[in-house]
Write a new protein. Structure first.
Length: 299
């Protein structure tokens, strides 16, 4: 890769941006595996409360000194709070889905959200969806249908939670698009962490069953929070180095990492038709993102 090709439009390093996204998707896949492992042993509220509290603490420690009051200042507080509630609901349904489904299949189903965001951004946000965008959405949806095929052996309740997750994730991303016009990304991260910490701490306090974690498992819970925060920071760093259109296809590595780690840790290797469906989701997402990038450059 030449030096000119390696550098992004804003003077960043595109190769570095891609590496950051690769690491971020790996980080989130490891977090998915840890979540499935820990919530199978301990109360859901406790595990996720620790994750959000660690996330909040790290965000305050890393960003607080530089941002000051800007860390929590908002212009459209109600929408920022609604966005945080959507993410908390998405987290809850993701955990409930992971309890019943393999990691790879769960991640594949929730990747319906990017296609839903693309299709709804037209009527809701006035953004134009190209013909190729519609083709990619249909192809990606066909891949998910193949994963959910009759006889595929997936728990229907788990599938329901994963589909509900995709709905909340779609709302979360649409609100993010709206709020980036008036809010800072740091402030939005802070409020999502704060809302999640409060909600899941209350849930943990209300739960009467479940044992207190061992020292080793508590460290894993702390690690889960650090991974969630680290993944978001890696994504932020990536988009500072390279344009979104170049990086978007790389996001689908999350599904690949999930399949590999789910197989290695839980021995949940997807069936051949499920692998084909996942490949269709990855191909559709990568193609749609690439076409959007090409259209932006030619505009």
């Amino acid at each position: 890769m030449s030096e000119q090709a390696a550098r992004g439009a804003g003077g960043g390093n595109a190769l570095k941006g891609v590496i950051f996204v690769v690491l971020a998707t790996l980080t989130f896949a490891v977090a998915d595996v840890l979540t499935k492992h820990l919530t199978a042993i301990y109360a859901l509220g406790l595990v996720i409360a620790v994750r959000y509290l660690v996330n909040l603490g790290l965000l305050a420690a890393i960003m607080g000194p530089k941002q000051g009051r800007g860390l929590w200042r908002t212009n459209r507080t109600a929408l920022v709070m609604l966005r945080g509630l959507c993410l908390s609901a998405a987290t809850l349904t993701m955990v409930l889905a992971l309890r019943r489904l393999p990691v790879a299949e769960t991640v594949a189903i929730i990747y319906l959200a990017p296609f839903a965001v693309m299709l709804l951004s037209g009527p809701l946000l006035g953004e134009r969806v190209s013909v190729w965008g519609w083709v990619g959405a249909v192809f990606g949806f066909a891949g998910v249908v193949l994963i959910l095929r009759p006889g595929g052996g997936l728990d229907p309740v788990g599938v329901g939670f994963a589909l509900i997750n995709a709905c909340f994730a779609t709302a979360y991303h649409l609100l993010t698009r709206v709020l980036t016009r008036t809010e800072t990304m740091t402030s939005m991260l802070f409020h999502t962490a704060l809302i999640g910490a409060v909600i899941f701490a209350l849930l943990a306090a209300a739960e009467t069953q479940g044992s207190w974690p061992s020292r080793a498992d508590f460290v894993l819970m702390l690690l889960l929070g650090a991974l969630a925060m680290g993944g978001h920071l890696l994504f932020t760093a990536a988009y500072a180095e390279a344009p979104a259109g170049l990086l978007a296809p790389v996001n689908y590595l999350h599904l690949v990492w999930a399949a590999i780690l789910g197989g290695l840790v839980f021995n949940h290797w997807p069936a051949a038709l499920s692998v084909l469906g996942m490949a269709m989701v990855v191909a559709a997402g990568a193609f749609t993102a690439w076409r959007a990038h090409v259209s932006q450059r030619s505009a």
